[in-house]
Design a protein around this ligand. Sequence first.
Ligand SMILES: Cc1cc2nc3c(=O)[nH]c(=O)nc-3n(C[C@H](O)[C@H](O)[C@H](O)COP(=O)(O)OP(=O)(O)OC[C@H]3O[C@@H](n4cnc5c(N)ncnc54)[C@H](O)[C@@H]3O)c2cc1C
Length: 102
Amino acid sequence: MAKFLRDRAAELADAAGASKFWRHPVVPTNGGEHLLGTCRMGDDPASSVVDRYHRSHDVPNLFICDGSSMVTSGRGQPTMTIMALAFRAAAHIKAAADSNQI
Ligand SMILES: Cc1cc2nc3c(=O)[nH]c(=O)nc-3n(C[C@H](O)[C@H](O)[C@H](O)COP(=O)(O)OP(=O)(O)OC[C@H]3O[C@@H](n4cnc5c(N)ncnc54)[C@H](O)[C@@H]3O)c2cc1C
């Protein structure tokens, strides 16, 4: 996967007109993985998968509460943000269930 992504990065750099690009070898690593992306969060169903409460735009009774809603790791370490968003989603799910909106 790292080799695949390195090659895609090379294509991006080339398309952007980079004059220098370093293609470092892929070596074993023992940590640092941040598992994010694939279910972008957003208000627009055309460009996102879940809304601000992690609720799927396409499947109303589906909540995806994990790191997949973040397509980048702006803060660096993502887990506290994943947890904060999950707490917010849980509060919203409870409120919606209490008012029979789920
Ligand atoms: C070695 C390492 C070190 C890290 N250090 C840090 C750090 O210091 N700080 C930080 O913020 N982040 C750190 N991260 C990143 C962070 O741990 C992840 O980004 C975060 O845990 C992702 O949360 P998640 O809920 O999206 O997925 P996960 O935590 O991977 O949770 C997914 C869960 O779904 C379960 N599951 C999978 N498939 C199924 C299935 N079919 N049915 C039922 N359950 C299923 C799995 O068993 C798992 O419990 C680290 C990651 C690694 C690997």
